[in-house]
Design a protein around this ligand. Sequence first.
Ligand SMILES: [Fe+2]
Ligand SMILES: [Fe+2]
Length: 188
Amino acid sequence: MDTVSFTRMEDGTAEDWALIETFEIVFYEGLPDRILAALDKLRDSFGGYQVTRYTHSLQAASRALRDGRDEEYVVSTLIHDIGDDLAPHTHGEMVAAILRPFVREELCWMVRHHGSFQLYFFGHLIGEDRDARERWREHANFDLTAEFCERYDQASFDPEYDTMPVDTFEPMVRRVFAQPRYLEPGDA
Ligand SMILES: [Fe+2]
Ligand SMILES: [Fe+2]
């Protein structure tokens, strides 16, 4: 048997769910490859900057790595914009959801809110509030997120910078996405 017996979940058996689990385990193992594929797809994201969204991501991660940031931070930085494709208006939220089982909460918060914090550097030029981040001034993760945007995100659009290749980061992606160590039971 390689499909379940049921057509409605309420009719499933323990054997059915054991079968599904065998497929899920194999599928979960492919997650790092899918993350890397989503990163690679940023080569085809919107243009206009002097570097692609792909190079921007690698460059931001290169700066974080050279600053001695830990692996969860570097990987969060590497993929912070992979939501561009499917969630162009809410990409931080999408990527935070991807990261949540795999990196500590403060990094998920940082990625979730980086778009608002990033406005500090250009919001006043596009008719938006550059101080949008101020609503979180008292939040425990304010400084972390402001620093991320200043040092890595807004600064990583430089074609002359010595951006590291994806090979540098691939083993980190595989380690960070190996186990959903931050996932709470019942949280799906
Ligand atoms: Fe972004
Ligand atoms: Fe970015």
